[in-house]
Design a protein around this ligand. Structure first.
Ligand SMILES: [Zn+2]
Ligand SMILES: [Zn+2]
Length: 365
């Protein structure tokens, strides 16, 4: 596994396979995606609990199981599975209410008050095993983890997008997107691109993507966006978006860029009585608004969406539909031992990198 031991320092280390409890599984990781939040942790933001195996965008197959685990989960050895990145406690008030993305048990570091998350806040020293992150050949899957069996022939490369797609599918649910509603997605990063896909899958029409990079906007259109606006090229981007929507603004705006200026723009692009869903984290930066004119007098609903709870099944369905050319999003695959090179490519966007995957078994067909 690749272990983050200090800021910008990742070491390949070997670990024993864990002794599994009766309902535990061990997953063989086929791919793990590199995410912007991995880079934050790598740089030392959010106070990472070193030593830590990064990676929460993984996909794989059942490699080992405790005595009851297969029957209890309805799985067989070798089944392809998606394991959710949130490991809920299932006991706190928020888990019981169905908001397991807000689980308050077991937090060790980032965003105090949020439960255990693979590859984010569980150090290798946590019993019973080190294997708490996707940058690894194997992942430990305890009884309280949420596991989805993948049916039929699995396209591993596309299915590796299940976690970011689930984040966006949750946002689309939170926005209550209905058929024929107009949508603007701000920010053509992976989450924004996946929001285009999830909104189209929910029947939104049209979907307009807004961003600063033409190559990403083109990719968004290839994934189903009905139009796009380059913020740096349009003289009045907000007006340009409204013009594309026939003048009155969008039914729903999804903000995925995570900057205060993009959030401010998002409020301006929703129609009167529309909804704005904030998805992108700003890294603690503030936003000043004038509530009377910007919210109240147009009766805007501003919502937020956090992580991926209750959305993996939607994501799996979208991937299996084959309707979207998700293959285009995965631009590079690096062997796990080249994680530093993969990070460099991801950060520099060299070769128009969008989603970079790590392959812990580089001889994979
Ligand atoms: Zn992520
Ligand atoms: Zn909980």
């Amino acid at each position: 596994a690749a272990v983050l031991t200090a800021p910008r320092r990742i070491e390949i280390q070997g670990f024993e396979k864990p002794r599994l409890g009766p309902r535990d599984l061990l997953m063989k990781v086929r791919y793990c995606g590199v995410c912007g939040s991995d880079i934050h942790l790598w740089e030392g933001h959010w106070n990472p609990p070193y030593p830590l195996i990064l990676g929460h965008e993984f996909i794989g197959e059942v490699a080992d199981a405790g005595g009851e685990a297969l029957a209890w989960r309805g799985l067989e050895m070798g089944d392809p599975v998606a394991v959710e990145m949130i490991i809920p406690c299932h006991r706190c008030d928020w888990c019981r209410r169905g908001y397991y993305n807000l689980c308050v048990t077991d937090d060790r570091s980032i965003f105090p008050g949020n439960g255990a998350q693979y590859g984010c806040n569980i150090p290798v020293t946590r019993p019973p095993t080190a294997l708490w992150g996707g940058y690894s050949q194997f992942l430990y899957v305890p009884e309280n983890a949420i596991v989805h069996r993948l049916r039929g022939n699995v396209d591993w490369k596309e299915t590796a997008l299940v976690e970011p797609l689930a984040v966006s599918a949750r946002a689309v649910k939170r926005g209550g997107v209905r058929s024929q509603e107009s949508v603007v997605v701000v920010g053509p990063g992976t989450i924004g691109l996946m929001a285009v896909v999830a909104a189209k899958a929910a029947g939104a029409d049209p979907v307009i993507l807004m961003g600063t990079r033409d190559s990403r906007l083109e990719l968004g259109e290839a994934l189903g966006a009905d139009g796009s606006v380059n913020v740096t090229e349009a003289r009045e981007p907000v007006e340009e978006v409204k013009r594309l929507l026939g003048g009155s603004g969008a039914d729903i705006v999804f903000e995925t860029a995570g900057t205060p200026s993009a959030q401010a723009q998002s409020l301006k692009m929703a129609r009167r009585g529309g909804r704005v869903v904030l998805v992108g984290l700003t890294g603690g930066r503030g936003l000043t608004i004038e509530p009377d004119s910007e919210l109240l007098s147009s009766e805007l609903d501003v919502r937020t969406s956090y992580l991926s709870a209750h959305a993996y099944q939607d994501a799996i369905k979208i991937i299996r539909s084959g309707r979207f050319d998700l293959d285009k999003v995965v631009t590079h695959i690096h062997p796990l031992r080249e994680v530093d090179e993969a990070f460099r490519r991801f950060v520099s966007r060299e070769g128009d990198a969008v989603k970079v995957l790590l392959d812990p078994w580089p001889s994979n067909p």
